[in-house]
Design a protein around this ligand. Structure first.
Ligand code: PLP
Length: 391
């Protein structure tokens, strides 16, 4: 089989599996315990926290104490980021998100509206870039948070988060960014971005599933998401072994960042070139924008994305019709709809592209042979489905 669904999850690298297994075999203690065993378990946890924060351009050091909360993954980090600033009673609070956020932000924003908050959604341009120029018109004196993702999980389009953060910082509004698809693919610098909070997840960067992180700028007043140990932002026994696995994944990425990025970009371009050559009606969504190196969203005009995805699955190619959480739904993706001409966006995607859109996402170990093989299988299926449509 050819796995081109790395945006859903990535296989842990062998070094990660080994590091987790080794850690599991070495002693056993709760890192919050006050005995020597607890202290011994705490040390690697703190080392992992420091190493990961430093790799992401933040610091948990004494002089600049940004916090890195270990969470269960991207969904929890995103929920925490919004709840941390809105608290348990969001009535009358104002939040800004973008129209293309992952369901873990978009769905929570709908819930916050039900609880009495007001949410504004920044629109995107036809390439799927959030319109930073629309920000000034929606910011209010009582805006308590802006959340805009760093790279979109469906199109791979990179978002103007630094520009948005600059404007928000001027007005004293904290900004959160969901960098779940960017960490492990492109350099990420928390302080340079100027955001107050940043989400990422281990299983998107060839690390373990079940652990993620939320970086929080030092000094930001954030309420705990869970209640338990007093004074703890995220109470509960910390998964030391998973933190070590996450640290290993981050360090492997750091060591080969530039090479991994250019390799995936070349393969992604090779796949797109082959598909466009064989399917002249196909469109690469967001092709005119800066994109993540490993994500390709291709709209096969005139074909149905679900029929395509199922046929490809039978032929041994795993890909997706949208974000993993939304796939299975027959509704078109809200992200692509936000880029659509039907919503009134001049030059936006036409309905045929949205109906026929598939997402292919590459990983650190994807090979040229797999890409060529996948392209052949995809084109053969497109041909077969088109021939069935002919009268
Ligand atoms: N944010 C983005 C952009 C994602 O792509 C995903 C996963 O698909 C998530 C958040 C959720 O992450 P997790 O599955 O770790 O909860």
């Amino acid at each position: 089989r050819i796995y081109l669904d790395h945006n859903a999850t990535t296989p842990p690298l062998p070094e990660v599996t080994q590091a987790v297994a080794d850690a599991m075999g070495q002693g056993y203690a709760n890192p919050s315990s006050q005995h020597d065993d607890g202290r011994r378990a705490r040390r690697p946890l703190e080392q992992a926290r420091d190493a990961i924060a430093t790799a992401l351009g933040a610091s948990t050091a004494v002089m600049t104490p940004d916090t890195l909360l270990f969470t269960s993954g991207g969904t929890e980090s995103n929920n925490h980021a919004l709840r941390a600033l809105l608290g348990d009673d969001p009535r009358g609070r104002h939040v800004v998100i973008s129209a293309i956020e992952h369901p873990s932000i978009a769905g929570l924003a709908e819930q916050l509206e039900r609880e009495g908050a007001t949410v504004d959604r920044l629109p995107v341009d036809p390439q799927g870039r959030v319109r930073a120029d629309a920000l000034a018109a929606v910011l209010r004196a009582d805006t308590c948070l802006v959340s805009v993702m760093l790279g979109n999980n469906e199109t791979g389009v990179l978002q103007p988060v630094a520009e948005i953060a600059k404007e928000c910082r001027r007005r004293g509004v904290p900004v959160h960014t969901d960098a779940t698809q960017v960490v492990g693919k492109m350099p990420v610098d928390f302080r340079r971005l100027g955001v107050s909070m940043l989400t990422f997840a281990g299983h998107k960067l060839h690390g373990p599933c079940g652990i993620g992180g939320l970086l929080i700028e030092g000094g930001l007043q954030a309420a705990p998401l869970l209640h338990g140990q007093p004074g703890s932002q995220r109470p509960g026994t910390a998964p030391v072994e998973l933190a070590i696995g996450l640290q290993t994944a981050v360090e492997l990425w750091q060591a080969e960042q530039a090479e991994r990025e250019s390799r995936m970009r070349l393969l992604r371009d090779r796949l797109e070139a082959a598909l466009l050559a064989g399917e002249p009606q196909a469109v690469v969504v967001g092709a005119g924008a800066e994109r993540l190196p490993h994500t390709s969203c291709v709209g096969f005009r005139g074909l149905d994305r679900q029929a395509l995805q199922m046929a490809l699955d039978r032929q041994g190619v795993a890909c997706s019709t949208g974000s993993a959480c939304a796939s299975g739904s027959s509704e078109p993706s809200p992200t692509l709809l936000a880029m659509g001409a039907d919503g009134g966006l001049a030059g936006g995607l036409d309905e045929g592209v949205i109906r026929g859109a598939l997402r292919f996402s590459l990983g650190a170990a994807t090979t040229a042979a797999e890409i060529d093989d996948a392209a052949e299988r995809i084109l053969a299926i497109c041909k077969r489905l088109r021939s069935r449509q002919e009268p």
